[in-house]
Design a protein around this ligand. Structure first.
Ligand SMILES: NC(=O)c1ccc[n+]([C@@H]2O[C@H](COP(=O)([O-])OP(=O)(O)OC[C@H]3O[C@@H](n4cnc5c(N)ncnc54)[C@H](OP(=O)(O)O)[C@@H]3O)[C@@H](O)[C@H]2O)c1
Length: 320
């Protein structure tokens, strides 16, 4: 029987269980994909943490509305095993990336054809399954801040999943890239074309010293007050500062907050349009998808614990 990882309650990773679930049926305009690798993202544990609404013991929010437990896994790569009658362009046996996906922490996932991107033949399964959420977010952030050749862009959290993508994509655009990270990750960032800067007290002075001609744009992949305060002090035009982690302070500062939260710019079209180019570049080796650890599906809770506690640079991946 196929398996699905699902939360049994709102809470910490310990609430995750493996359930036996039937192979899904394809929608009329959709497919079923045998998952080979599913990317793990912070949103996955946030969704069942209760962070997005107050949940009581009976899984009801503060307004008394029952909170539906989420289906986990927003991205994966795998092989098409079934197609709906109107699933134009998709064939059984196609090797695909699925993004956005719903419920990809599983042996099989159903998805609309609009979520399929051909997997480049040279791109390994784990890299393919973990490329899109971080990649499209980074592409959106650089688009929102209009980063182009000649810019000097500061990426906060440059060694994270999204940060590593933002660093590479910004460097590809011809920008000078400064990236904040713990010192142990500086060599990695240098190898990707960035000037690494240690975060923490004194960050503003260190960035100024590293970029004497100034900083023209900033992308915050961390969400700290330090990242916000440093960005607004360095970048003259607040429309050229984007954060992927929304807080009230960020909205009040007049910077761009991107994502799916209330009042944020979801960038659906920008992200959708970025997918093919990301796949192509990753397939040709021009965009690296760093993998920290690969866990079997049964170890989803362990992967989430590693994500929450902090881990080495690179994506966490689940393989069925
Ligand atoms: N809005 C959106 O569409 C969207 C999309 C994806 C993710 N997100 C959110 O963005 C955040 C990052 O996601 P991710 O996947 O990149 O996470 P991640 O892979 O866990 O990376 C987090 C990074 O933050 C760095 N970090 C920790 N403390 C820091 C500090 N005080 N200052 C600067 N950097 C610090 C760490 O770098 P070191 O190891 O070098 O310390 C780590 O590499 C999460 O909150 C996630 O939910 C939003």
């Amino acid at each position: 029987m196929p398996r699905t990882v699902r939360p049994t309650a709102f809470g910490t990773p310990e609430v995750l269980e493996i359930a036996q679930t039937p192979v899904p049926l394809p929608a009329t305009d959709g497919v079923v994909v045998r998952v080979r690798a599913a990317g793990v993202n912070p949103i996955d544990w946030k969704l069942y943490s209760g962070a997005f609404h107050t949940v009581d013991d009976k899984h009801k929010d503060s307004a008394g509305v029952a909170g539906a437990l989420p289906r986990l896994g927003l991205e994966c790569a795998g092989v098409v095993t079934a197609t709906g009658p109107e699933a134009s362009g998709a064939r059984v046996g196609d090797e695909v990336i699925v993004y956005p996906a719903t419920g990809a922490y599983a042996d099989y996932v159903a998805a609309p054809v609009t979520s399929l991107i051909p997997k480049p033949p040279g791109l390994p399964w784990c890299e393919a399954g973990a490329l899109m959420l971080a990649g499209t977010t980074a592409a959106h952030a650089l688009h929102a801040t209009a980063v182009e050749e000649g810019d000097t862009v500061l990426v906060h959290g440059g060694s994270g999943g999204v940060g590593l993508m933002a660093v590479q994509l910004a460097a590809d655009l011809g920008a000078t890239v400064l990236a904040t990270a713990a010192e142990r990750n500086h060599e990695l960032l240098r190898g990707l074309g960035a000037i690494p800067v240690r975060y923490g007290a004194g960050l503003l002075d260190r960035v100024r010293a590293a970029a004497p001609d100034g900083v023209t744009a900033a992308v915050d992949c961390v969400g700290t007050d330090e990242a916000l305060d440093t960005s607004v002090q360095l970048v003259a035009d607040r429309r050229r500062i984007a954060s992927i982690t929304g807080t009230d302070r960020r909205a009040a500062a007049g910077i761009k907050v991107i994502g799916n939260g209330p009042g944020q710019d979801a960038g659906v079209d920008v992200r959708r349009a970025a997918r093919a180019g990301l796949a192509e570049r990753a397939g040709q080796g021009g965009l690296r998808v760093l993998i920290d650890a690969v866990h079997p599906l049964e170890e989803a809770a362990r992967a989430h614990r590693a994500g929450i506690d902090g881990h080495a640079p690179g994506k966490l991946v689940l393989v069925p």
